[in-house]
Ligand binder design. Sequence first.
Ligand SMILES: Cc1cc2nc3c(=O)[nH]c(=O)nc-3n(C[C@H](O)[C@H](O)[C@H](O)COP(=O)(O)OP(=O)(O)OC[C@H]3O[C@@H](n4cnc5c(N)ncnc54)[C@H](O)[C@@H]3O)c2cc1C
Length: 461
Amino acid sequence: MKDYAKYSFWLETAGDSLVPRPSLQRSSEVDVAILGGGYSGLWTAYYLLQANPGLRIAILEKEIVGFGASGRNGGWCSSRFPITPRVLEERFGADAARNLLMAMIDSVDEVGRVCSEEGIAADYRKGGILSLARGAHQLPAIRASHAAYCRLSLGVYFQLLSATECSERVRATNVQGGLYTPKGASLHPGKLVRGLAAAVEKRGAVIYENTEVTKVCPGSNARLITAAGEVRAKRAIILAGEAYLTRLRKYHRALLPMYSLISLTEPLTPAQWAEVGWQNHESLASNRLTVDYLTRTSDGRILFGSRGAPYKFGSRISDDQDVHEPTHTRVHQAVVEWFPSLKGIQFTHNWGGPVGVPRDWMPTVHFDPTSRLGIIAGYTGQGVSTSNLTGRLLATLVAADPSNLENLPFAQRRSPNWEMEPLRWLVVTYMQKAFQRIDDALEGGKPRPLDAKIAETLGRH
Ligand SMILES: Cc1cc2nc3c(=O)[nH]c(=O)nc-3n(C[C@H](O)[C@H](O)[C@H](O)COP(=O)(O)OP(=O)(O)OC[C@H]3O[C@@H](n4cnc5c(N)ncnc54)[C@H](O)[C@@H]3O)c2cc1C
């Protein structure tokens, strides 16, 4: 049996043995068959069962519940959407952008509500989100974000902070200002995903683990095929495999798997926390193009995440990419750059996993009642609360049970496919390197590289 605890600190400390549930042994028939035991599949099942407790649901998971990003993420349960407010407004108009962001804000609370209602002890803590300008060059991004929220009449939830106000919250170096919102929580991702699985089982869903779906057959005889048999679905088959969906030939270009990597410190001492501050447990980030995100865990460690592992030709996903030494080394250095008083701190865990990036950065929530095929995917690293919203929406689409969620701009739309190789590799590799060069130049006080505008336009979201 695989040692699933080694895939992340969160799985290691989820509080259960991680022994796989029984796999599918023979063909069967249900109302809804779901590929993927992460948040997307589980939230969809949860809301379907809430609306219709008699529904027969099977969830087929290749590994164990939480093996994917849901058991490995940074613990931000955030009101941020994968697309920035500015771009949302440009693409869909002010009203649609506002409604979507309000729905994201509600989703943060909804995750907390379900945790209390279902007794999921996921260390949910509503500390808000603090986006820091580390260096004067990051101030314009923060001000532009704040202006966009204000234009959408959401300014009441977002507060621009001075450098001094930021340091009253957290004493990180080189902070020139920040944008704070109380609309965000941090949580233990492993406890959430494993607890959610138990909650849907309690409501009657059956979860098969170590059960890989090898073929997806939509249509009047919709079914998910596995080596041991097929699961026929009278109402819907749902694909909730996120980055891993790209391993099925038909969905190979639907998303781009991009690795996000995390390092975790040992627990800080009370004296170290006194130096760092961060008493309110905000989810922290700077405004680097290459992304950084920090969480104060409930047991007093610092989680620091970043992108940086190179995209692999052909959208390859493999365990050996879960750790990328150069990126983890840079993350270790970054922790001490942010908090010099932590010089010498030990790092106990390094891990990572693929996030699913859609070609247009917009999540897909689509259900076709004729083919009975549903797809829910594409969060670009912002899926903890977003998958609650998309799961609720997909449940209403499958049940044909109207709610105001169908008016959200991602309802019933699908993203275009990514380019074929080698073009995909060339563009993504260029973008990754360009973003790193831009960050390095600006942080080193050098002028922006000549191609900065091109890279930023290509990566605008
Ligand atoms: C390192 C990292 C940090 C992140 N940090 C954050 C964060 O702080 N906040 C945030 O909001 N988001 C974050 N994310 C993103 C977030 O975790 C994801 O968007 C979210 O978990 C996606 O959930 P999911 O259920 O769609 O996909 P997953 O959790 O990836 O689940 C998909 C499941 O499908 C299974 N599967 C795939 N193919 C098959 C098949 N053929 N047969 C059977 N099973 C299959 C997989 O094994 C997997 O368990 C992060 C992601 C990573 C990797």
